[in-house]
Design a protein around this ligand. Structure first.
Ligand code: XMP
Length: 326
């Protein structure tokens, strides 16, 4: 499929049989396009890049060179899951780059949200380029571009910024999902054997926890954010909310308040719970979480997460609030 326009008669993929037909066609097409050359892929662990990886592993096996950059702003267990699924189970050729120190050093003291985003995006391109130069014989770059990316932008995912790679690095693009809508990508991913946790996961911004650790990111506050988010996700999954709520997470601001912990005065950060529903992320409404569950989550966060002594609930729809805090 070379065109960037979805044919009017293209069947909407809703069943595993339809997905398998698509997969078989794409495997043949990818093999024809790539031959015996290598293909590079930035594998973030998001739905789109994961499905591209699974498809390319089936099509060309070890010719696919996946690079997973852990920017230190991933959620708890996320990079580990990428390694488990792709390296251990699918036997992918996967380079894991732990760039946590590099990112957090660059971000130290930076409070402006847009500057934080620029640093995170810019550093990704530099690291990806450094890794790309280590491979020989790579002629192709695979991308998880999907049809809404083509409809809404210039067709290139901002965080897979090909345009940001240096001019002496020329790649031909491999974009097997470019005519699919998100729900179709999920069915294809599921049919390829990816875990539901990966295929049906909630949206997660490219700059990761960086936009939820408000102001200047510090390691201890980032850790408090990661742990409180993990508790929220665990409790939402246990209580049937994970598949129902569009996006849910915690935010940890850069101020402290007084409290009492273990019989002693504490001066610690609050964790803010945000859980929203939306169709297109342009507007959003608040999920009504049962109070008993809120009490339980609050109790777990303040007892299990070092540095947090209060839990707050954000009741603001979009507008006036955005979904993220930064
Ligand atoms: P806002 O906060 O603008 O978010 O209401 C709308 C949706 O976009 C996601 N989001 C981002 N995704 N990079 C991304 O890849 C970003 O910088 C970014 N900022 C917001 C947000 O999580 C929500 O789903």
């Amino acid at each position: 499929m070379n065109s960037n326009k979805r044919p009017e008669n293209m069947v909407r993929i809703t069943t595993k049989e339809q997905a398998q037909t698509f997969i078989d066609q794409q495997i043949a097409e990818i093999r024809r396009q790539v031959g015996d050359k290598k293909v590079l892929l930035a594998l973030s662990g998001g739905v789109d890049s994961s499905v591209v990886a699974a498809l390319l592993i089936k099509a060309i096996g070890q010719q696919l060179c996946c690079v997973h950059v852990n920017h230190g702003l991933m959620r708890k267990g996320e990079s580990e899951q990428v390694i488990q699924v792709f390296r251990n189970e699918m036997h992918a050729n996967l380079t894991y780059v732990d760039a946590t120190d590099r990112y957090l050093d660059k971000l130290a003291g930076v409070t402006d949200p847009e500057t934080k985003r620029k640093i995170i995006g810019g550093e990704f391109i530099r690291i990806f380029e450094e890794e790309a130069r280590k491979f020989e014989g790579v002629e192709f770059l695979a991308q998880g571009t999907i049809y809404p990316d083509i409809l809404e932008s210039d067709g290139v995912k901002a965080h897979h910024n090909v345009g940001g790679l240096p001019e002496d690095m020329h790649f031909q693009l491999v974009e097997p999902l470019k005519l699919l809508f998100k729900d179709e990508v999920r069915v294809v991913g599921s049919t390829l054997g990816l875990p539901d946790e990966m295929v049906y996961r909630q949206p997660f911004p490219g700059p990761g926890l960086g936009v939820r650790c408000l102001g200047a990111i510090t390691r201890d506050r980032l850790e408090a954010l990661r742990e409180s988010d993990a508790i929220l996700r665990e409790e939402f999954a246990k209580n049937g909310l994970a598949g129902k709520v569009w996006q849910y997470f915690t935010v940890v601001p850069d101020f402290k308040s007084t409290g009492v912990k273990n019989g002693k005065r504490s001066f610690e950060w609050p964790a803010i719970i945000r859980a929203v529903n939306t169709v297109d992320a342009m507007t959003a409404t608040i999920e009504e979480i049962p109070y008993a569950l809120l009490h339980h989550i609050t109790n777990r966060i303040v007892t299990e997460v070092p540095g947090i002594n209060r839990v707050l609930l954000d009741l603001t729809p979009k507008p006036t609030g955005t979904i993220e805090w930064e």
